[in-house]
Design a binder for this molecule. Structure first.
Ligand code: KIV
Ligand code: ZN
Length: 514
């Protein structure tokens, strides 16, 4: 059996999804979960793209020990130097440097001749190898590149020291048959190809990213790149959980091994969905809410007689558990700690205290506290940044009646610690609340999106709100949960605004304590 390395790029290509912006604690939590999921390589970000990305990559490189950590760099010395600064403390630092090879990219984007592109690729890979033990070189837009040009440049880049060659379908254009053929051609025609790992990286513009990735593996790729829930640029990247489950369920056809721990899929998917605000469609393969639901009578009857009639994947395989009542009103701190540790949460002592208080408050107001409820409370507390100056909600009141003008009154403390309050109206209660918050906040805010959903079922379910806005011109997103929809809305608004105050020091302080 051939071993395939799993390269996760949720924190880099995934984070490039429109409207996604993760804070550093959220990125760190996703990185920890990816490590539990067993990914071999984790692309933690693009260090030269912003100070925030640099800090996040550095923190992840210093924390994660069981996956190799990589960061993206353009083919410039500056990008490579910055990436080295961010990655040098990793257990196994690795660079991912890319340069486009298709005629359209070389001519219009790079403004370079093919010979200049070859020389730049050689120079940058050899420059990178002076520092990094592992260097992946990506031929951006490989699937629209000339095959013989690819053979020439790949041969030279391997001689320059590349250890992995990645052939992305950057624009999601190729078909499984074509993509597989490209891998076979490169395997058969690049004389030194045996010295490197060959990697595939697919986008889903035509809905073929997973099929293309599987075709690449069948034709000689030994590394597959993708993201959790398939998030990423435009229509997204190949979904890693789909590839993992396809390789497992169809092992009769795919004779490949990997290191993934499939029962971590559900938790990984939930965490990514919650932090990015990109909800998983109910009909999504493997992780959608309906993936294991059988609606029609004929199917239900079949499954009751023998689950194999209609169920090819068991929920247990991917870590989907029945949503039992977890803890009750009388559960003590010890039982609570045990439970949350079983759920994969390891909180600092003060955050554990806060989580226990929130749990107790919830048991007073909600009949059943489920795993989903706990997951929501815990992820909020785990990634809340303490010790930074921020806006905090003191109290609010909303008056709404079908014949009245909806009016909200809000009291906040500002980052300077001053209590401020005011009232505003709006055409609905949520708008009145948001108008009031906006009036109290000094920053320039434009709300661009607002979504409300419930966590789990039942009329007493927790509400979760997601907002997108620009704060002083920068796009940010935020989320908030509460039992009341208005409180969840206010929290999501402030969560987005406060991301602006999230500083490097706050992260280092948090991580130093873990
Ligand atoms: O899709 C792509 O080509 C990329 C490269 C940077 C590898 O994400
Ligand atoms: Zn990509």
């Amino acid at each position: 059996m051939v071993h395939v390395n799993i390269f996760d790029t949720t924190l880099r290509d995934g984070e490039q999804s429109p409207g996604v912006n993760l804070n550093q604690l959220e990125k760190l939590e996703i990185a920890r979960q990816l490590e539990r999921f067993g990914v071999d390589i984790m692309e933690a970000g693009f260090p030269a793209s912003s100070q925030g990305d640099f800090e996040a990559v550095r923190t992840i490189a210093q924390t994660i020990k069981n996956s190799s950590i990589t960061g993206l760099a353009r083919a410039t010395k500056t990008d490579i130097d910055i990436a080295w600064d961010a990655l040098k403390d990793a257990a196994e630092p690795r660079l991912h440097v890319f340069l486009a090879t298709s005629p359209i990219h070389m001519q219009y984007k790079l403004l370079k001749s093919p010979e200049e592109v070859i020389q730049t690729a050689i120079d940058m890979v050899s420059y990178a190898r002076k520092r990094f033990p592992h260097v992946e070189w990506s031929a951006e837009d490989a699937s629209r590149s000339d095959l013989d040009f690819l053979v020439r440049i790949i041969t030279k880049v391997i001689d320059a020291g590349a250890t992995v060659i990645n052939l992305p379908d950057t624009v999601g254009y190729t078909t499984p048959e074509e993509y597989g053929r490209m891998f076979r051609y490169i395997r058969e025609n690049v004389p030194n190809i045996h010295k490197v790992a060959l990697s595939c990286h697919c986008h889903d513009d035509l809905g073929m990213a997973v099929a293309n990735s599987l075709a690449a593996i069948e034709n000689g790729a030994t590394q597959v790149e993708g993201t959790i829930n398939g998030i990423g640029e435009r229509a997204g990247n190949a979904s890693l959980e789909e590839i993992a489950v396809a390789l497992n369920i169809r092992k009769d056809k795919y004779n490949f091994t990997n290191n993934l721990v499939l029962k971590e899929i559900k938790r990984t998917s939930d965490l990514v969905s919650r932090f990015t605000g990109m909800l998983v469609p109910p009909n999504k393969a493997v992780v959608g809410k309906n993936a294991f639901a059988h609606e029609s009578g004929i199917h239900q009857d079949g499954v009751l007689k023998n689950t194999l009639t209609y169920e090819i994947i068991t929920p247990e395989l991917v870590g989907v558990k029945s949503n039992d009542l977890v803890l009750g009103k009388h559960s003590g701190r010890h039982a609570f700690k045990d439970k949350i540790e079983q759920m994969g949460f390891h909180l600092l002592p003060e955050k554990l205290g806060e989580a226990f208080t929130s749990f107790k408050q919830l048991t007073d107001r909600k009949k059943e506290v489920t795993d989903e409820d706990l997951f929501t409370i815990l992820t909020d507390i785990q990634t809340a940044v303490v010790d930074i100056k921020k806006y905090e909600l003191v109290a609010f009141q909303v008056q709404y009646g079908s014949a009245n003008l909806p009016t909200a009154t809000v009291a906040l403390t500002t980052p300077e610690g001053i209590r401020v309050e005011t009232a505003r109206t709006g055409s609905g209660s949520v708008e009145a609340l948001m108008n009031t918050l906006e009036a109290l906040i000094k920053e320039e805010i434009h709300l661009t999106d607002f979504r409300l959903s419930s966590i789990g079922q039942g009329r007493d379910a927790l509400a979760e709100a997601h907002v997108k806005m620009t704060v002083n011109g920068s796009p940010v997103s935020g989320r908030g949960s509460a039992q009341d929809v208005l409180e969840a809305s206010a929290k999501s608004f402030l969560n987005a605004v406060n991301r602006v105050f999230f500083t490097h020091n706050a992260v280092l302080k948090e991580t130093a304590m873990l």
